[in-house]
Design a protein around this ligand. Sequence first.
Ligand SMILES: NC(=O)c1ccc[n+]([C@@H]2O[C@H](COP(=O)([O-])OP(=O)(O)OC[C@H]3O[C@@H](n4cnc5c(N)ncnc54)[C@H](O)[C@@H]3O)[C@@H](O)[C@H]2O)c1
Length: 439
Amino acid sequence: MAMIANKCSDATVTVVDLNENRIADWNSDKLPVYEPGLLEIVQSSRGKNLFFSSDVKKNVRDAEVIFISVNTPTKEYGSGAGQAADLRYVESCARMIAEVGGGNKIVVEKSTVPVRTAQMVEEILSASGNEFTYQIISNPEFLAEGTAMADLENPDRVLIGGESTPEGQDAVQKIVNLYATWVDLEKIITTNLWSSELSKLTANAFLAQRISSINAISALCEETGANVDEVARAIGSDSRIGHKFLKSSVGFGGSCFQKDILNLSYLCRHFGLPEVAHYWDQVVIMNDFQKERFVQRILNKMFNTVSGKKIAVLGYAFKKDTNDYRESPAIAVCKRLLEEKALIRLYDPQVSEGAIRESLQMEEGNHFDSFTFYDSIEDACHESNAIALLTEWEEFKDLDFQRIYQSMKKPAYIFDGRNLLNLRELEKIGFRAFGIGKA
Ligand SMILES: NC(=O)c1ccc[n+]([C@@H]2O[C@H](COP(=O)([O-])OP(=O)(O)OC[C@H]3O[C@@H](n4cnc5c(N)ncnc54)[C@H](O)[C@@H]3O)[C@@H](O)[C@H]2O)c1
């Protein structure tokens, strides 16, 4: 929304959220999300044509276009638990729009939703009994955290789905015009509603599938002496395959990939396609296997026990340049290491200690004292038995590993879960160094 405000000076954009603390943060210079370049974009428009407010109803009533951008997490209860998308926030937005009404509205699904969600929104809006007209548009978001500003400024494509009626096509055109302010028309794809909704789930499923595919091969590399980086380079040179998303690692994370694949597979089962569901399930199963394999490798190399051993964990965010740790592989790895009675010494430049403890469900008594948060990498590594690198933060590339090695217990191990470091150089220093997909 900040990018739309920045590019479309004629539009007034008001971001509303029920969470008042979040709105207060959006109105401050300590934004609730860390994203390179975001603060500058917000500051350039805030107070001019970009506003943040918790007065949801008033702003929705006044708006001509409403982007529903609320969370659509995996359902944690009842029917479809652990698979289906929890649509209660989308539904409550639709009900609130129906309640406040107000003239002609274009209601845009920006959240990632299961295919056919627009039908639910339509049923709610049509039952409002309020004197207002509306069109529903699907406009899924394809940005990636960490590179969101560049992705928004120069997207590979913008997808806009709408109904084929003249009113539906009018609404599609209005949203096209908004983006056309800065995006080339040939990059703006228009489709029907269902293709647009399904394309977002499919895009995430394909992206995650590539990571699970190369991670599956990484397991075989470790057994055979092949090197997964070399294999990725070799296969990526085939223009039909391409190089992107072939980096093997401890596993994918983030708030989207897992939930969207689970949702896709739930939809397949719902529509009587169990074989298709099973196919996509494997992407998540492989990702879980990769995280567990990483922990097993640590155990195997450290004489089958980490009990009482200090492990410096570098990185908790699910990728670099974000403070988002939702579904981060670090969560699963840290939980397993704590189960194995390791002492975790964690450093991350953006994720806070409180957030980490919460995600590890650490209360008094539950491994509480087995975890220490450090503001300095050197302190986290000091007297540790091993380093587990779990996020590819740039600052981890150029550490003084010679000094770090000297401060560690011997033998000193390093497990690079992102294939970020030069293992041969580390071995020269004296480390027992292991990457992913390398013997
Ligand atoms: N995070 C990403 O990188 C990304 C990328 C593409 C798509 N998406 C999709 O965008 C959607 C939002 O993701 P997110 O990561 O921003 O989620 P989030 O949980 O960080 O933010 C959602 C916000 O919606 C607010 N909210 C919930 N119900 C509300 C209501 N009824 N009225 C007003 N505000 C309400 C919450 O308070 C919260 O601040 C999801 O569907 C996600 O799949 C996210």
